[in-house]
Design a protein around this ligand. Structure first.
Ligand SMILES: [Zn+2]
Length: 360
């Protein structure tokens, strides 16, 4: 006889809702395929990788194209807003069955956030700071220790930012995208610093999002952008197993030179370009975690029509036992390698740009 918790998983109302959605197929979640680069308009595209949903294992397959002219990477065909909602739903709540969460490795710790905040010390004491894509606002919470007199606001596409305000980590919470003219108008010219950490990959229109971020700055204000580097060696070597390729939730990956050119054309002076220190030591361990969890018998989830039987669950439990320690061991290798990867150009998995908005 199934246990109570097993029965509650079987009759999960979310399972009924997912079944109704999936009965209509997942093709409707994709826009028509683009024939040109959304960044520069070139028609010289090639498919860089194809991948399933390696994080939640929801049904569907996705492709990432690369522009041969400007190097921009983008999901093609792109998810519709209904598709994005479908693949983002329950993302935080996925039960990983005790397995390592590759995303946790990329969520920067408190110390790293403080380090990032300290980078802005040489531009003075900002009065107002907007963190874009702030999520639970862990960055502002840490940055506050460096800038105790600065007022921090947060913007995020999800209601997590509202919870962050309730928890006292930020003063104002804004839900949405800077590409939305209503939000852009509300925030125009208000901030001394705008920080955008690893958020542009999620933005449906990263150029509009960047323009919105610059618009939120006062003239003379500073923009801090950090992004995964799609030109790093491990991105090329690991392909779909490279965590920042992030299908289906990452829509765009910008090469550094495109970001620089965009900021300069918008009237900014680039003060800092750093392709080394923003490296997050998790390339190998996250890839291993993704590959092993992909290879295991699937765990139960609300989007599975039928829950796995007792035998499959037992097999998964047995096979999953060594996964955690194995990933931990490789995570130690990532940490040992990180000083080297930060020293050699092209090996770090992220870059950072600080720009000053010069024109009004
Ligand atoms: Zn292009």
């Amino acid at each position: 006889m199934p246990s109570l918790s097993y029965a509650s998983r079987v009759y999960d109302p979310r399972r009924v809702a997912y079944a109704a959605e999936l009965a209509q197929g997942t093709d409707r979640f994709h826009e028509p395929r683009r024939e040109d680069c959304p960044w520069c308009g070139s028609a010289r595209l090639r498919t860089r990788l194809r991948a399933p949903d390696l994080m939640q294992h929801k049904p569907g397959r996705f492709a990432v194209d690369q522009c041969a002219d400007c190097g921009h990477l983008f999901q093609n065909p792109r998810l519709t807003s209904a598709g994005l909602a479908f693949y983002h739903r329950d993302h935080d709540e996925t039960d990983r069955g005790g397995l390592p969460d590759p995303v946790l490795a990329v969520r920067h710790g408190h110390r790293r956030h403080r380090f990032d905040a300290r980078l802005m010390r040489n531009v003075g004491e900002p009065e107002s700071w907007l963190d874009v894509g702030t999520g639970h606002a862990h960055f502002p919470a840490a940055a506050r220790e460096v800038f105790p007199y600065t007022s921090f606001d947060g913007l995020d596409p999800t209601p997590r930012v509202v919870q962050a305000r309730a928890a006292g980590r930020i003063e104002e919470a804004h839900v949405g995208h800077l590409a939305d003219p209503h939000i852009a108008n509300r925030l125009r010219g208000r901030y001394d610093v705008v920080s955008v950490f690893h958020h542009l990959a999620h933005a449906p229109d990263p150029r509009a999002e960047l323009r919105g971020a610059l618009g939120a700055l006062r003239p003379g204000g500073h923009l801090l952008v950090e992004l995964p580097d799609p030109r790093s060696l491990f991105a090329l070597l690991l392909g779909k197993w490279w965590l920042p390729h992030g299908q289906p939730r990452h829509l765009h990956l910008l090469p550094l030179r495109n970001l620089r050119a965009e900021l300069e054309s918008a009237g900014c002076t680039i003060l800092v370009t750093d392709r080394r220190t923003p490296h997050t030591p998790n390339d190998l361990s996250a890839a291993l975690a993704l590959a092993l969890t992909h290879a295991l018998p699937a765990a139960d989830a609300p989007w599975r029509t039928t829950p796995p039987g007792r035998l499959r669950r037992a097999l998964r439990a047995v096979l999953a036992t060594p996964v955690g320690p194995l990933v931990d061991a490789v995570a130690a290798v990532d940490v040992v390698l990180s000083p080297l990867l930060r020293r050699v150009p092209g090996l770090s998995n992220a870059y950072r740009v600080v720009a000053r908005r010069d024109t009004a």
